[in-house]
Design a protein around this ligand. Structure first.
Ligand SMILES: NC(=O)c1ccc[n+]([C@@H]2O[C@H](COP(=O)([O-])OP(=O)(O)OC[C@H]3O[C@@H](n4cnc5c(N)ncnc54)[C@H](O)[C@@H]3O)[C@@H](O)[C@H]2O)c1
Length: 333
């Protein structure tokens, strides 16, 4: 049985704790949050000890794995501490705000022979898997051009009720690093090549209450000639389905959040929909999807089998580098 600790008992905690609870090879042994009431409530629900200091959880419980579910700026700090203590780390996206901090943790994990994974659960959607499969088996050919559109709604209260969202130092950005990161990761994963040119324009158009981007658009060119265009914004009136479209050598792909349709040039088609695996994530949000458990399951098996997790720190560095370049090019203040 793998001993698991979770650090951070905020809104995403439920996806991690519920997943751990459902997986047979792991057991939650402690939770931690600096907000005492959150740690206590989580501890009571799962009947495990509550900690208010992550170092104490690691020292007392000696977990095999910690899940890092805290604000962005703390991801590299807590991940690094855990890795240095010999603990495998599964961290929420993004791995860090600065690329160099993620890179350093990849180095430490490698040196220590530990597993370091970053959550990008959307890669586990049935839709994403179908598209990736048809790119890898050559049926779609290579991606020529991709586009990502995200139009979501984040009211002022989303920022005013948080002590870290909407700030450059703690969130590291807004719609790009927090929301669009998943769709940009998918598109980048589908294209699977090296970005050689990044153009971006970011702005804050509708949220004077906070300082980071609520709008971003840009263009990325890859070494193999593929291009990715994106537009993301948090000023719409509701969370509309994200749309990812791909023009490939042998067909076209339209992904609209829970549905994917592949139309091949020969007139045949394939489609699928993403579904919940039948688990009730109490308090989970629909737009997070339901696939945390699939990635967490892979990570636990990677630890048991001493192999790399499917989304390792090294793999996550690809999207981290791109996100950092988008901010470098597009940040206005
Ligand atoms: N994968 C996804 O789709 C998805 C969805 C939502 C959030 N997230 C990610 O999860 C992370 C947390 O987001 P959230 O929405 O749960 O935020 P949140 O603010 O609701 O929760 C963060 C928690 O961390 C706690 N915390 C802060 N400093 C701490 C410390 N030093 N030690 C222990 N606990 C500490 C806070 O008190 C808070 O309870 C973020 O990185 C976010 O990007 C991912």
């Amino acid at each position: 049985m793998l001993k698991v600790g979770i650090i951070g008992c905020g809104s995403i905690f439920t996806m991690h704790a519920t997943s751990c609870d459902h997986l047979e090879n792991a057991k939650l042994i402690g939770v931690c949050d600096i907000k005492k009431e959150r740690a206590d409530a989580a501890a009571q629900k799962y009947n495990v000890p509550a900690y208010y200091d992550y170092k104490e959880l690691i020292e007392r419980e000696r977990p095999d794995i910690v899940h890092v579910c805290v604000p962005h700026y703390l991801h590299p700090i807590i991940s690094r501490y855990a890795l240095e203590q010999g603990v495998n780390v599964l961290c929420e996206k993004p791995m860090s705000i600065r690329y160099e901090d993620g890179l350093e943790n990849v180095r430490i994990a490698k040196e220590k022979g530990l597993k370091y994974g970053i959550i990008f659960q959307c890669r586990y959607n049935n839709t994403s898997k179908l598209v990736k499969e048809n790119l890898e088996n050559g049926k779609l050919g290579k991606v020529i051009s991709a586009r990502v559109v995200l139009t979501w709604c984040k009211p002022d209260s989303y920022y005013s009720l948080s002590d870290w969202k909407g700030t450059w130092d703690k969130e590291g950005g807004g719609v790009i690093i927090d929301q669009a990161i998943h769709s940009l990761d998918l598109a980048n994963w589908f294209i699977n090549d090296e970005p050689i040119e990044v153009q971006a324009h970011l702005s804050n158009r509708g949220h004077s209450i906070m300082e980071v981007d609520d709008t971003g658009e840009g263009f990325i060119r890859y070494k193999n000639g593929a291009t990715l265009s994106f537009w993301a914004m948090n000023n719409y009136g509701c969370d509309d389905p994200i749309e990812i479209r791909l023009l490939c050598e042998k067909g076209k792909v339209v992904m609209s959040y829970d549905d994917a349709l592949i139309t091949f040039n020969d007139g045949t088609a394939l489609s699928t929909a993403t579904q919940n695996d039948g688990i009730d994530y109490e308090g989970g949000k629909d737009y997070w999807g339901f696939q945390h458990i699939r990635q967490i399951n892979d990570f636990y098996h990677a630890v048991e089998e001493n192999r790399q997790p499917q989304i390792s720190g090294e793999e996550a560095l690809k999207i981290q580098k791109l996100i950092c370049e988008i901010y470098e090019k597009g940040r206005w203040n």
